[in-house]
Design a protein around this ligand. Structure first.
Ligand SMILES: [Zn+2]
Length: 127
């Protein structure tokens, strides 16, 4: 009798593990992800929108234009800003080159990266 009880317990454990797997269907092993990560990095400060011009493993580069007034000529000139942002595992498939995405400021993650990708605004927007 004792042996049968032991085998039943093992079966139950296996079933419970199998049930847990579909819940975490979104695979995200990024430790800094604001939603799934262990550290759950906080966003604060400024947010920007821009087009993705480069995509790497765990990082994207976005670019956007801004207008600056030139007092001498009383006119405006266009300037471009490039920013690097952390691309979490769960966002990696959604973001493509040319997309208009939104990034939010975080604490400095590395020398270049102080932002994290928050969402996609427009798929395949014109650059
Ligand atoms: Zn995630």
């Amino acid at each position: 009798m004792a042996k049968e009880k032991v085998t039943k317990k093992i079966v139950r454990k296996v079933v419970s593990k199998a049930k847990k797997a579909p819940i975490g269907a979104v695979k995200c092993n990024d430790r800094l992800c604001p939603k799934h990560g262990r550290e759950k990095i906080r966003t604060r400060g400024r947010t920007f929108e821009g087009n993705v011009i480069r995509k790497h493993h765990g990082r994207v580069t976005i670019e956007f234009e801004r207008m600056i007034k030139v007092p001498k000529y009383e006119r405006y000139e266009k300037r471009k800003t490039k920013l690097h942002a952390r691309l979490t595992d769960c966002m990696a498939e959604k973001v493509k080159i040319g997309d208009l995405i939104q990034i939010a400021e975080t604490r400095p993650i590395s020398k270049m990266i102080h932002f994290i990708v928050v969402g996609v605004k427009d798929q395949e927007a014109s650059i």
